[in-house]
Write a protein that binds this ligand. Sequence first.
Ligand SMILES: [Fe+2]
Length: 235
Amino acid sequence: MLRFPRGMSRWAVTAAKQRSTLPTPVRVGHAWKSSVATSASRTQAVDEIFQMFEKHGRGDYVGEPISQEEHALQAADLAVRSGFGDEAVLAALLHDCGHLMGLDITSERMDDCGVANHEDIGGDWLKELGFSDKVSTLVRRHVDAKRYLCCVKPGYLESLSEASMTTLRFQGGPMTPEEAKQFEADELFKTIIAMRHWDEAAKIPDKEVPSLEAYRQLIARHVDKQLQRCHSSQS
Ligand SMILES: [Fe+2]
């Protein structure tokens, strides 16, 4: 029997997550402009991503015999091969960034299974660094796929590892059938489900994949493009 965070019903958790995970209505509009105003440049974004992995990337990926950086790089490599596009690759690479940079900004944990609310922490941070709404939203919503599959796929809930079961409790538990139906209609549904598969598969010890350096230009180009869009919409 699943239990949910004390004082917070599943409905309350879900409602709070839905409020905080809705994509910005206008992609290059006022909300986005205000959030990106603190971003200095593509250089800052690249530096902060690399510094984050340098500082926390060698920590173990919760309950698995690989590091956080290895997990991120394997997920990104699977995304590259999937053909879902650059934003999906960046989201896969950075989907757990809240578990890393979150260590420096909050003491809240999911028992001993990582930073609580890491998906929102990571999504917000990426948006402030200048990443697109799509990348930020994919990161923010990547845990929804697990909640969805627990609802619709027989045996999926029971197949979760102990660590994944623990984090599920903090993430609102399985979706209800109504929530699952709503999720299926989301424009990012297929990408979020794909991200879950990459996430699950990115746990192979000593697998050879491209290093973080292979993504430097992709990050820089992406942030640069977002900043240019921001500036051109302001002028
Ligand atoms: Fe992950």
